[in-house]
Design a protein around this ligand. Structure first.
Ligand code: DC
Length: 227
C-alpha cells in the first residue's frame, strides 16, 4: 500500500484514447481528472483572442503575464479557469484552436507558464478529498510528474485515431499535430523510459480501462469505488 498521494500520468498522441480512459478510471477510483490538453487549448484561445501569433515570443510573454489561472471542480474533473472563467468547450475545441495549439504548445514560455499550475493540481486533488490524481497529456510522465506512481503511454494506429475523431464530429489533423508535438525541442511527445506502453488500436475502451485499472490496483492499493 502506497501512503503518498497517488498521481497517475497518462500520455499519448491525439485521439489515442487518453481522455475516455482517464475519465473512466477517475470515476472507478474516485480520482481527480485533469486534461492538460485543455490547458494548452485554453491558453491558445486566450492568445489568439489577443491577436498574438506563435512566432511573437515577446507578445506571448506580455499576454501570459496577464492571465490569472485557477480551477473549477466539475464532477470528477478539474477545469482550468482564466481570469475566473472556465473557457467554453466549443471555443477551445474550435478549428482555429485545433490548428494553432501545437505551435503555441511548442513555445518554451507557454510550457513554463503551465508547469507549476499543473504540478499544483495534486494538492488541489488531495485537498478536495479525491483518492488520487489522474493527469493526461503529452509530457506528464516525462516532465510534469516523472515521479508519478504509474505512467502510461497510449498509442493507436492512425486509421483508428482518425476514425475516433470523425465519430466525435471533429476536424483535426491528428498526424500534423503529432508531428509538431513529437519534434519540438521542449518536452516532446515521447514514451518516457519505464512507462507502460499500451497499443489501444485493437482494444475496446472497456478493455483498456480494465487493463489500466489492474495496474492501478497493484501499484497503489486503491480499490474501485465503482465497477
Ligand atoms: O490532448 P489534446 O489533443 O487536446 O491537446 C492539444 C494540444 O496541446 C496538443 O496537440 C499538444 C498540446 N499538449 C502539450 O503540448 N502537452 C500536454 N501535456 C498536453 C497537450
Amino acid at each position: 500500500m502506497n501512503t503518498i498521494f497517488p498521481v497517475i500520468a497518462v500520455d499519448g498522441g491525439a485521439a489515442s484514447g487518453k481522455s475516455s480512459t482517464s475519465r473512466a478510471l477517475a470515476a472507478r477510483f474516485n480520482l481527480m481528472h485533469v486534461d492538460t490538453g485543455s490547458h494548452y487549448r485554453a491558453v491558445t484561445f486566450a492568445l489568439v483572442q489577443a491577436g498574438v501569433s506563435p512566432e511573437d515570443t515577446a507578445a506571448i510573454e506580455t499576454q501570459l503575464a496577464k492571465l490569472q489561472l485557477g480551477e473549477e471542480i466539475d464532477g470528477q474533473s478539474a477545469r482550468i479557469s482564466i481570469g475566473g472563467k472556465v473557457p467554453r468547450e466549443e471555443d477551445i475545441r474550435s478549428d482555429a484552436v485545433n490548428a494553432s495549439v501545437s505551435p503555441f504548445a511548442a513555445v518554451p514560455d507557454v510550457r513554463k507558464f503551465l508547469f507549476e499550475y499543473q504540478r499544483s493540481q495534486a494538492t488541489v486533488a488531495e485537498r478536495s478529498g479525491f483518492n488520487g490524481l489522474i493527469m493526461e497529456g503529452r509530457d506528464i510522465g516525462s516532465v510534469i510528474f516523472p515521479d508519478a506512481v504509474l505512467r502510461f503511454f497510449l498509442e493507436a494506429d492512425e486509421a483508428t485515431r482518425a476514425a475516433r475523431r470523425a465519430k466525435e464530429g471533429q476536424t483535426d489533423s491528428i498526424a500534423e499535430r503529432d508531428r509538431i508535438d513529437s519534434s519540438r525541442k521542449t518536452a516532446p511527445l515521447l514514451c518516457p523510459v519505464g512507462a507502460e506502453r499500451i497499443d489501444t488500436s485493437h482494444l475496446t475502451l472497456e478493455q483498456v480501462v480494465d487493463l489500466l485499472a489492474g495496474h492501478i490496483e497493484d501499484a497503489t492499493g486503491l480499490a474501485p469505488v465503482q465497477a
